[in-house]
Design a protein around this ligand. Structure first.
Ligand SMILES: C[S@@+](CC[C@H](N)C(=O)[O-])C[C@H]1O[C@@H](n2cnc3c(N)ncnc32)[C@H](O)[C@@H]1O
Ligand SMILES: [Zn+2]
Length: 277
């Protein structure tokens, strides 16, 4: 599958010189590590959009503890139920590529050539490329997916922003969207240190559930209790939005914990797209 040129929407083809180019002459450099920046200046609100390098570093270190491996395995299992050889899988907001590795391990017949990871943060995509999975990686915005209509068979979004109309445009008829968000008790112990009253943190499911074009075909919650010690406690904290709303004293309270048992709990919901719905 070819990327779609973000300027004129023609196909982008590899040219001899580490470049993707369309027939109208728009060209995009392919980095040495293989990823490509397809984000146009007006498609991002900030100069350095997406997750910051410090958040990315916390997340990478925390992922290396394997505490989230059970989520990677559970999501892969859901994808595997609908995957056929050659069908394209797109992870929107793939971050530093942790789940891409899981899909390749856990989805039989998934070839890296059919795996596409996209994120608006350049630094995230660069880290994902360093995993050398062979997946196609690009910097782009969820609101302007650089793919042709009806070219993607499954889309995944894990704790990342998405644009439903764009997903509907690029998905095949009958394609599947897996949406993963925090379950009600996710990170409860961490939140209790910061907030007097802990409000449940809801996932981003409403727009899909409300749309007649989508049929929910699967819903499950997976959870595990992780017993964390430093530095994993501050890494987990640093990869969440709670870090930014905490006071200095609360940050120190969390960072000085010698041990913390925290529930990791995720809702995995799968929807089938039916354009006639
Ligand atoms: C909370 S992180 C989750 C990353 C990854 N899915 C994971 O679970 O490790 C959200 C990701 O969405 C990316 N992001 C934010 N806004 C975006 C947008 N408009 N388009 C594409 N990616 C975006 C961020 O850069 C970040 O990598
Ligand atoms: Zn073009």
């Amino acid at each position: 599958m070819n990327y779609q040129c973000p300027v004129c929407h023609e196909a982008l083809h590899a040219s001899a010189t580490q470049t993707l180019r369309c027939s109208a002459g728009h060209s995009f450099d392919v980095a040495k590590q293989g990823h490509v920046n397809l984000l146009l200046a007006h498609q991002s609100r900030s100069r350095v959009p997406g997750d910051s390098p410090s958040m990315l570093a916390s997340r990478s270190r925390f992922f290396s503890t394997k505490a989230y491996d059970f989520l990677g395995a559970a999501v892969s299992e859901q994808i595997a139920m609908h995957h056929t050889a050659g069908a394209n899988l797109l992870d929107i907001g793939c971050g530093e590529g942790y789940y891409l590795e899981h899909y390749l391990k856990g989805v039989p017949d998934l070839n890296p050539d059919a795996l596409w990871g996209l994120d608006i943060a350049k630094a995230a995509v660069k880290l994902a490329a360093q995993r050398k999975t062979g997946a196609h990686l690009c910097v782009a915005a969820s609101r302007a997916l650089p793919f042709f209509p009806k070219s993607v068979h499954q889309v995944v979004s894990i704790f990342a922003p998405f644009d439903l109309a764009e997903i509907e445009r690029v998905l095949t008829h009958g394609g599947i969207f897996h949406l993963i968000g925090p379950a009600i008790d996710h990170l409860q112990a961490l939140k209790q240190i910061i907030y007097d009253r802990v409000e449940p943190h809801a996932g981003n499911f409403d727009s899909v559930v409300a749309s007649a074009a989508w049929q929910e075909i699967g819903a499950l919650t997976v959870r595990q209790v992780a017993r964390l010690v430093p530095p994993a406690i501050s890494d987990l904290f640093g990869m969440t939005p709670y870090y930014w709303s905490a006071t200095k004293a609360q940050q120190q309270a969390i960072e000085s914990q010698a041990e913390l048992s925290v529930t990791l709990a995720f809702d995995i919901r799968s929807f089938r797209f039916d354009a006639s719905g």
